[in-house]
Write a protein that binds this ligand. Sequence first.
Ligand code: FMN
Length: 192
Amino acid sequence: MLKIALIIGSTRPNRFADHPAKWMADGAKARSDLSIDVLDLRDYPLPFFNEPAPPLYSPGGKYHEPAADAWRQKIGTYDGFIATVSEYNHGPTAVLKNAFDSAFFEWNRKPIAFVGHGGAGGARAIEHLRGVAIELQMAPIKHEVNIAREPYLGVLQGKSLEDFTYLNEARTALFDHLVWWGNALKAARQAA
Ligand SMILES: Cc1cc2nc3c(=O)[nH]c(=O)nc-3n(C[C@H](O)[C@H](O)[C@H](O)COP(=O)(O)O)c2cc1C
């Protein structure tokens, strides 16, 4: 079974991100091919990147800030990732970008999928993160979930994300493809 971390990419009070995080975690419970741990960035108060050397050149990939070093070691225990993506000014949140910067080797050669929300389903912020993921030597998968205006407002008015069939289908496709990439890359890492 693949060990996947679901990173909640917003830390502000009253965040919407809790809805997609719970919906994704609930969807994963029915599956036998992956398990999900929720990593809430509120529980990992990382300093803004503050290392004397780029992680690529740091001996052993170590970080001198203890919180960042604990984070990168935690990231190293997973086979793949899902991130909820809150779109702030057409980009990802600063806390999520900083969380990506706060590890390096631990992300390498692992897949990541995105669940975006916002007026355009977080699509513009996700596009930023695809480039970030590639620089971290990850495999950002094509399949994503975009929670755009209608379901976003629907949830704020009392609906559940489970009420939107096309979102449930997108969630299933995301899981299916994340598992494919996760198994392929896990086998390749073990063979290397
Ligand atoms: C600082 C800020 C900037 C935002 N910029 C955008 C934006 O560029 N495009 C968009 O679709 N929504 C934008 N929004 C709306 C957010 O996508 C929406 O509030 C979402 O719920 C934020 O995620 P969160 O609640 O999990 O923090 C912005 C919200 C904030 C707080």
